[in-house]
Design a protein around this ligand. Sequence first.
Ligand SMILES: [Zn+2]
Length: 313
Amino acid sequence: MKKKWSIALILLVAVLSMAGCGGMKSAAPEGAQKIKVVATMYPVYEFVKQVGGDKVDVVMLIPPGAEPHDWEPTAKDIIQIKDAKIFAYHGIGFEPVEKLLKKDVLGNAIPLEITKDVTKLPASHEDEEEEHGHSHGEDHKYDPHTWLDPVSVQQEVNTIAQALASVDEKNAEVYKKNAETYNKKLADLDEKYKKTLSGMTNKEIVTSHKAFAYLANRYGFEQLGIMGISPDAEPTPDKMAKITEFCREHKVKYIFFETLTSPKLAQTIAKETGAQLLVLNPIESLTEQETKEGKDYIAIMNENLVNLEKALK
Ligand SMILES: [Zn+2]
């Protein structure tokens, strides 16, 4: 017994002295020192990257070009989550969390719901009916698209900074600084939206899926969705007729479509009413092209503003 202890002690001393002379450092690559965070969808990934900076290694599970509403985690995703310090997800029913927040999936990863302190908007009753039996989420009471409101995002950024500081205390100041820097950019974006969209004559936009409630609520307009709160909740012929009638009555000049889902329904209504088509990006996922061009959340929010101004004028 005594002998075993002394061997253990010798080994411990050997390991400690290796660490002391830098032997451990050269054995591990630089990247291994970073905090590994696994994020589900693009907005979560982007906000964690902004707050984490070069202290964090962020992996995004939902690939560019994928429509994330019906995302199902693969075995490979689960291995990634297990291997992380933090598993960051959006929440409000966007991801199938009931499958993911289990001990055998998380391993030692700490789960982080970035929207936990955000003020949520209810999904309309109509949306709940459309969503019936749909895998969008178990929580049908709230609309999940918080990231389209730059004010809500500032809260999410603070939540992320706190979580990173809790697993990496020595860099807490760095995370706080990065969060402040990014929140300043988000506040500027909010100012620009307020300035541009205040005093617009039109108060309604026609969109593909109803992703823009938080944005509309923040800047004082309303969205009329061809599809429901999820892009694959197809409208009934009756609803299509209603929207077409609305567009004619209100002389809607622009119908919005998205980058990741089929523009077919928007095209049909545009053709019937003489409206034009414009892109309004729900930023749920970037296309491969957008990724290649180095576009990010703030860049696309600025593009959205240009098109919103056209439609609301
Ligand atoms: Zn959506």
